[in-house]
Design a protein. Structure first.
Ligand SMILES: Cc1cc2nc3c(=O)[nH]c(=O)nc-3n(C[C@H](O)[C@H](O)[C@H](O)COP(=O)(O)OP(=O)(O)OC[C@H]3O[C@@H](n4cnc5c(N)ncnc54)[C@H](O)[C@@H]3O)c2cc1C
Ligand SMILES: *[C@@H]1O[C@H](CO)[C@@H](O)[C@H](O)[C@H]1NC(C)=O
Ligand SMILES: *[C@@H]1O[C@H](CO)[C@@H](O)[C@H](O)[C@H]1NC(C)=O
Ligand SMILES: *[C@@H]1O[C@H](CO)[C@@H](O)[C@H](O)[C@H]1NC(C)=O
Ligand SMILES: *[C@@H]1O[C@H](CO)[C@@H](O)[C@H](O)[C@H]1NC(C)=O
Length: 597
């Protein structure tokens, strides 16, 4: 992939004309930064131009209010626009690359035993660097929350409000009530990756009796699906493109880039009256006449709150930060976690060359680079409904609708040692990749029991916070992983995979039993070594103890949180869709509240 990236940059630099792509389709232009002075004021300030903050700010501005959107990063680069380069963005300059603290029980084969915690740092936030899969989760995720205004039927209008599905005609009629075709986020199926492992993988799951599910965002999630993506005319659809590139939004909204928020300004009566932010080394005080909305994500948001004196009393006291509201900010971090399982297979030799693929994308926005390979395939299931003896997914109870696992995958033609796995593992994977392709399988635990936390590392607002993912501190999460590994083992024995000599790579892991001697012991140990996350963390400013159902922070006035940190539990699915819905929702709630006065 690094090779592909390099090639991409090379080709782009040769072909780029005035920074624009040779393109017959309309290009899009993101807003410029507004010049700011110390003391400037607005009706609303929204911090973080990511999945949730961007729609929140755009909708407030379109209502006629004066709104400033504050983003620590700059513009996303051209690589973010090419779907096929999705796996090169993590670890790049657009990633915060947060370090994490080990719990000595997970990610043991990563460098420094540190689990990787990437997040987007640019307009669009993580939606500019993510894998673009459009999945809303299970309706139960919202019904189970038990908060007013957060049930599926309450949130559905916000999901629909932004959805601009271009491919409704490719879905069954029963899908119609679940979609909108005219929203601002234009989405659709990815291009054909032209990789024979795509259809083979679907047939493999079908062999294990997984139903083919045409639409994970309709009635049921269960089965093997090709999901819709945040992709339009062969290019990524981030919230930056979907909202900020619109002319009406550009003329209504003020955006400031490369502006790092370092705290909320509270007056003596705990009213949030503005923020502090560092721009080009200068600290500015910026004021909000009505409200401040923090949308800096599951890591950025608790950091800003704690720096402002909103957080656990003992921790703030330790750092000498005056306590303004004693709340469990930063607690209850939870995330989708999986063991990275590498499968060695015969490569697809008919794939177009990298040069050809790049040329096709550049001129026509088609070909494998307009896809995310086989990653748009995903399977949802309740592992308790997989019959190990019969090797098939069954449906013997209504609980089988409650997914406990998502099986994700990624085709790795040429393995490039990643910065996160240690040298010993990288060497084994490079060896396994000789004359073979690798497919990475991720059996994701959708509802982990383990909980982590976020704390300030220091009072310095520009220092990254301490992240304790604490994955696999609860053995039940490993139990669930084991149930998933068995399914991947069975998948390898389906005729589709077997015919192409597929086999799981049994990595040699120091301190783990041999696979041949103790299969279960090996896999349990493997899960603790090869732990990874799909970067869906939530929970650090959660509904209930930290914010009320209107997303107002307890004990403080005029301050709301709008991003994934408000969700107490991670949804059973990829998280960008709900992040955008949360941004749409907060704008609606604020505007309704404003009318009351
Ligand atoms: C590599 C990767 C792959 C993923 N794949 C998928 C996928 O395929 N499908 C899916 O649905 N989800 C996916 N996700 C998850 C999804 O993108 C995120 O859950 C979602 O974008 C979160 O939205 P958010 O608004 O909470 O935070 P973000 O989108 O992360 O936005 C937070 C914003 O706040 C800014 N910020 C942070 N701190 C400050 C500060 N102090 N001052 C100013 N600005 C600040 C950040 O720069 C960022 O722009 C993926 C995530 C990653 C990282
Ligand atoms: C992990 O192990 C290191 C080295 O032994 C130790 O310093 C650290 O405190 C341990 N961390 C935890 C959370 O146990
Ligand atoms: C579909 O999107 C349009 C444009 O945002 C919006 O006006 C309309 O209300 C949406 N439809 C539904 C059912 O939400
Ligand atoms: C682009 O599409 C046109 C029309 O289908 C085709 O003739 C041309 O060869 C394509 N260009 C590339 C580089 O694939
Ligand atoms: C359904 O089948 C699974 C797998 O065979 C079994 O473990 C489970 O107990 C069954 N559940 C019910 C309600 O029969």
């Amino acid at each position: 992939m690094t090779k592909m990236l390099f090639l991409g940059i090379l080709l782009l630099s040769v072909i780029l004309v005035d920074g624009h792509l040779p393109h017959e389709l309309p290009d899009y232009v993101l807003p410029d930064s507004v010049p700011l002075k110390d003391g400037d004021s607005f009706d609303y300030i929204v911090v973080g131009a990511g999945g949730a903050g961007t729609p929140a700010a755009a909708r407030l501005a379109l209502s006629g209010a004066s709104v400033l959107l504050v983003e620590a990063g700059g513009d996303p680069n051209l690589n973010t626009r090419i779907p096929g380069l999705y796996s090169t963005l993590l670890g790049s300059a657009l990633d915060w690359q947060y370090p994490t603290v080990t719990n000595n029980m997970s990610c043991l084969s990563s460098v420094g035993k540190q689990c990787r915690f990437g997040r987007g740092k640019c307009l669009g936030g993580s939606t500019s660097i993510n894998f673009m899969m459009y999945v809303r989760g299970n309706h139960r995720d919202y019904n189970e929350l038990g908060f007013n205004g957060w049930a599926w039927e309450d949130l559905k209008p916000y999901f629909l409000k932004y959805e601009g599905l271009q491919d409704l005609d490719k879905l069954p009629y029963t899908s119609i009530p679940y979609h909108n075709t005219t929203g601002t986020m234009k989405i659709g199926f990815f291009a054909n990756p032209e990789n024979s492992w795509h259809s083979r993988t679907i047939r493999g799951y079908r062999h294990l009796n997984f139903p083919y599910n045409y639409d994970v965002n309709a009635k049921s999630q269960i089965g093997i699906s090709q999901v819709i993506g945040y992709v339009h005319e062969g290019e990524r659809m981030s919230t930056a493109r979907g909202y900020l590139a619109r002319d009406d939004v550009k003329s209504a909204l003020k955006v400031t880039k490369n502006t790092h928020c370092t705290g909320v300004i509270l007056d003596k009566r705990n009213n949030a009256i503005g923020i502090k932010a560092v721009v080009k080394g200068r600290t500015l005080q910026l004021y909000a006449r009505k409200e401040v909305i923090i949308s800096a994500g599951t890591i950025g948001t608790p950091q800003i709150l704690m720096l402002s004196g909103i957080g656990p009393k003992a921790h703030l006291k330790d750092l000498g930060i005056p306590v303004r509201a004693d709340l469990p900010v930063g607690d209850s971090l939870t995330d989708h976690v999986f063991p990275q399982l590498y499968v060695s297979v015969n490569p697809d030799t008919s794939l177009p060359s990298q040069d050809e693929a790049m040329e096709r994308w550049l001129y026509n926005r088609t070909g494998p680079l307009a896809s995310i390979g086989i990653t748009d395939l995903t399977a949802f299931l309740n592992t308790r409904c997989y019959d190990i003896i019969q090797r098939k997914l069954i449906y013997n109870s209504s609980d089988c609708e409650i997914s406990t696992m998502q099986l994700a995958n990624s085709y790795v033609g040429l393995y490039q040692p990643s910065s996160s796995l240690n040298e010993g593992i990288a060497q084994q994977l490079t060896a396994a990749n000789k004359n073979k392709a690798l497919i990475l399988f991720g059996p994701l635990v959708l509802r982990p029991f383990s909980r982590g936390s976020i704390r300030l590392a220091s009072r310095d607002p520009l220092q990254k916070p301490s992240i304790f993912p604490n994955y696999l501190s609860d053995e039940r999460d490993v139990d669930e992983m084991l149930r998933g590994i068995i399914i991947v083992e069975h998948l390898m024995e389906t005729p589709e995979y077997k015919a192409h000599y597929a086999s799981i790579v049994h990595l040699k892991l120091p301190g783990c039993p041999e696979y041949a001697n103790d299969r279960e012991g090996y896999w349990r140990c493997y899960c603790r070594h090869m732990t990874s996350s799909l970067l869906h963390a939530v929970g650090t400013a959660r509904l209930g103890p930290v914010v009320d159902p209107q997303q107002r922070v307890h004990g403080v006035k005029r301050l709301r949180v709008a991003d994934l940190s408000v969700l107490p539990e991670v949804p059973r699915g990829n998280t960008a869709a709900v992040a955008i819905a949360i941004g749409e929702r907060v704008a609606d709630v604020i505007l309704k509240d404003a009318k009351k006065f």
